[in-house]
Design a binder for this molecule. Structure first.
Ligand SMILES: C[S@@+](CC[C@H](N)C(=O)[O-])C[C@H]1O[C@@H](n2cnc3c(N)ncnc32)[C@H](O)[C@@H]1O
Length: 308
């Protein structure tokens, strides 16, 4: 297993995702002789995991079962140990596209934080690209390095423990794209410009507050960036639910001229998405948005460095 290559079977040392049910999962480091407790009982790594295929249904000691999934950056984002606030897949997907990332891209990032975005960048630029990620908090930088090794992607990433606003990214004129998720991104725009290739590239800065965005846009303009564009992306999740609606009783005359379209005797209605009549009730499947609206994460400011 590696975060950039799929493997069929679970091996000693892998990071696997234990999936217990809807929105209930956690990562596990697979180790000979280890045990993992779940609410369905114990999973014994040597007999239950190692040598089994990814995607297998594993029965735990109390008789309940879980699925063991191959890790991906998206699953890692949902399950990683938080050392900082992290970026989620909705923002990451827009960042990846708007920075025009692809296999072979060279990317600079700061700060590394919990490595949520880093894993997605690494997967996108593999097998020939590289990520230079800068984190000034020593323990966070070390932990990120450790995780990249465990996930077998260390050849695709260089972690630098320094202040990006003072010392930059440690590389010049090599990057196709730069990403910033720090409190004062405007102080790093000059370093971002020198990290980007002479012929140009793309930049993105993520900030929760509009005042940070204003200062960053001004700094980008001062350094000659063009196509400065600030976006926010909001996710709306739908659940599929069976809805029951009472059919109004409009009396005999209305029944004779019925235009409801619901007819319990009509076989063709069976198995369709709607029209199943049960004692004056119409049932149908519907996509229902979640009650809680996903809130603001941050503004994404994109810009271009061009040769001319
Ligand atoms: C919000 S976290 C980044 C989260 C990351 N994008 C992720 O998805 O996991 C911000 C990180 O930037 C680091 N940081 C802040 N200012 C910095 C600077 N001037 N140079 C380097 N790292 C910095 C912090 O220590 C923190 O770990």
């Amino acid at each position: 297993m590696s975060f950039v290559d799929y493997a069929d079977t679970i091996k000693d040392g892998d990071t696997a995702i234990v999936f217990l049910g809807h929105e209930s999962m956690f990562p596990v480091k697979v180790q000979h002789g280890s045990k993992t407790q779940t609410k369905y009982g114990v999973i014994r790594h040597s007999s239950d995991l190692i040598g089994k295929r990814y995607g297998s249904k594993v029965t735990c000691s109390k008789g309940g079962w879980v699925f063991i999934l191959h890790p991906t950056p998206e699953l890692w984002t949902m399950n990683l140990p938080h050392r900082t606030q992290i970026l989620y897949s909705t923002d990451i997907s827009l960042i990846t596209m708007m920075l025009e990332l692809k296999p072979g891209s060279i990317v600079c990032e700061s700060g590394t934080g919990s490595g949520s975005l880093s894993h997605a960048i690494i997967r996108t630029v593999a097998p020939t690209g590289h990520l230079y990620t800068v984190e000034f908090h020593q323990q966070r930088a070390e932990k990120a390095k450790e995780e990249f090794q465990e996930h077998k992607v260390e050849h695709l990433v260089t972690v630098k423990n320094q202040d990006v606003c003072k010392n930059g990214f440690g590389v010049s004129n090599v990057a196709d794209a730069v990403f910033l998720d720090i409190p004062s991104p405007w102080e790093a725009i000059g370093h971002a410009k020198s990290a980007l290739k002479i012929e140009g590239g793309r930049i993105c800065s993520f900030s929760p507050c509009i005042e940070q965005v204003q200062r960053t846009c001004l700094a980008m303009e001062e350094h000659g960036f063009t196509e400065i564009n600030t976006l926010e992306i909001l996710l709306r999740v739908y659940n599929v639910r069976t809805i029951s609606l009472q059919i109004p009783d409009l009396g005999k005359a209305a029944e004779d001229n019925s235009s409801t379209g619901f007819d319990s005797s009509n076989q063709s209605n069976q198995g369709s998405l709607y029209g199943i009549l049960q004692q004056g009730t119409a049932q149908f499947k519907s996509g229902v948005p979640l009650k809680e609206m996903v809130g603001h994460t941050g503004y994404l400011t994109f810009a271009t460095k061009s040769l001319f």
